[in-house]
Design a protein around this ligand. Structure first.
Ligand SMILES: Cc1cc2nc3c(=O)[nH]c(=O)nc-3n(C[C@H](O)[C@H](O)[C@H](O)COP(=O)(O)O)c2cc1C
Length: 160
């Protein structure tokens, strides 16, 4: 049954369009170069241990980089980084996506986005498959924040 015909899926999609979320780039150092995707499914999980959750589509290029103990960077976008989100959301392919925005290398040679709201260096602790996605639980090893709090928000299919 298609989403158009199914009232539950129609309602679910409409409800999720009303869920405002910060946009992040989740990135890894793949065998053939850097790999990253735009993601809004980021949640702060616990302070003890400092950990974060992200849901990654199993069809996405980043999925091949997911393994226990694999390093990941999570780069929370600033409001003026819409172009970065558009590129990593599918507008540009990996690894050319990393030509959009200013990228440097962090610990584990992880791609780190300059001028992001925050850069988190993480290591994957758990992977839980659910439907089309894998829920990734990662422990946070280090954090860098910029001064101004000005996150890029995605809501109802547009950036605020
Ligand atoms: C604002 C925004 C939020 C997204 N959130 C997620 C997400 O949380 N998880 C996910 O797997 N894909 C998410 N996507 C889709 C991926 O970024 C997109 O499918 C990505 O380009 C896949 O990369 P690939 O073509 O290299 O596989 C989001 C896209 C956008 C534009």
């Amino acid at each position: 049954m298609s989403i158009v015909e199914d009232p539950l899926l129609c309602g679910f999609r409409a409800a999720m369009r009303r869920l405002a979320s910060s946009v992040a780039i989740v990135a890894a150092r793949g065998e053939a170069g850097p790999v990253g995707i735009a993601a809004t499914s980021i949640t702060s999980l616990t302070m003890d241990p400092p950990s974060i959750l992200v849901c990654v589509n199993r069809a996405s290029s980043l999925h091949a980089c997911l393994a226990i103990d694999a390093p990941l960077s999570i780069n929370l976008l600033s409001r003026d980084q819409v172009e970065v989100s558009a590129a990593f959301g599918g507008g540009v392919q990996n690894p050319q996506r990393f030509e959009v925005g200013l990228w440097g290398n962090g610990e584990y040679r992880l791609p780190m986005l300059k001028d992001a709201q925050a850069n988190l260096c993480c290591v994957v602790d758990r992977l839980v498959e659910y439907g089309t996605h894998t829920i990734v639980i990662a422990q946070v090893e280090s954090v860098a924040c910029c001064n101004a709090v000005n996150p890029l928000i995605y809501q109802d299919g547009v950036y605020l």
